[in-house]
Design a protein around this ligand. Sequence first.
Ligand code: SF4
Length: 340
Amino acid sequence: MKTDEKTEKTMPRENKISPNDGLFGLRDRVLGGYKITKTDAAALVGADLTALSLCANQIRERFCGNAFDMCAIINGKSGGCSEDCKFCAQSKHNRIPCETYALLDENEVVRAALYNYKKGVNRFSIVTAGRTLNAAEVGAVCENYKKIGEACGIFKCASHGLLNFGDFEKLLAAGVKRYHCNLETSRNFFPNVCTTHSYDDKIAAIKAAKKAGMEVCSGGIIGLGESFDDRIDMAFDLRELEIKSVPINVLNPIKGTKAENLPVLSEEEVRRTVAIYRFILPDARLRMAGGRGLFADKGEKIFMSGANAAATGDMLTTGGISIDGDMEIIGRLGFKVGLS
Ligand code: SF4
């Protein structure tokens, strides 16, 4: 996919970003390997959005090519969570009806993994509600991952909260190569999102997973009332942690949660956030996750603003997201679905 060079010639040069080289100059420096500073990133907040998206797309092309990483999840244990994450329907602190069940049995999990594998999805993860899993539950999910491995070749990821080093070693032995643990937001803003565990608890889990030899997928949720500076701070922490898969969720305010009255972000603001993330994390998979269905084009413009991965799935019942629909969009934009 080639971006339109003629478009660039008609773009306004953004003198606000740097008196020396403007937006396109900063892009050129990133293309040459420059790691931008927080001051550079903050200046991008005021850049012309069309030009910013164009530049982010070019950075993505240079560092990641046209590979597109698609993952799917299954909610392997639902509801009744002790934690108080403001946005989450599964928290006991948010008084809304939520389907509650214990760990799904192996047949259901394997069936879902196989379904996604046959549809061409790259990765599959069991996601469980709750602060962590107990020892018996870790044993049970490891058995499920082994069965998935016996059934098909889908790449296995896992998301089970604040596990410890020993748990990560067990997951790795069960064939799980990547662990998901979102930072959610910036260190400063985190207490506005959750008080039952801390930002440092998240960092500790991420570091333990890495120490055990796992790759880590970590990002957050935008639209919780945080500032652009908060989003930029989170991206710099992810860069520091050398995270190469970054889920970006857009808040879909759920009635009954503490986030119910927050406004939905505009697609323009999401595009701007993603484009700035691309400048900060040039070679990462920027993965559009929850909330993509809020937008009529299902994220198409966001995928042309630096994003190159997505959570998909016929089991995500909200927002009209389907695997076939996503495959059509991704192919039409010139991406190629596959692990990279
Ligand atoms: S820990 Fe997970 S399941 Fe529990 S409230 Fe937070 S986001 Fe929801």
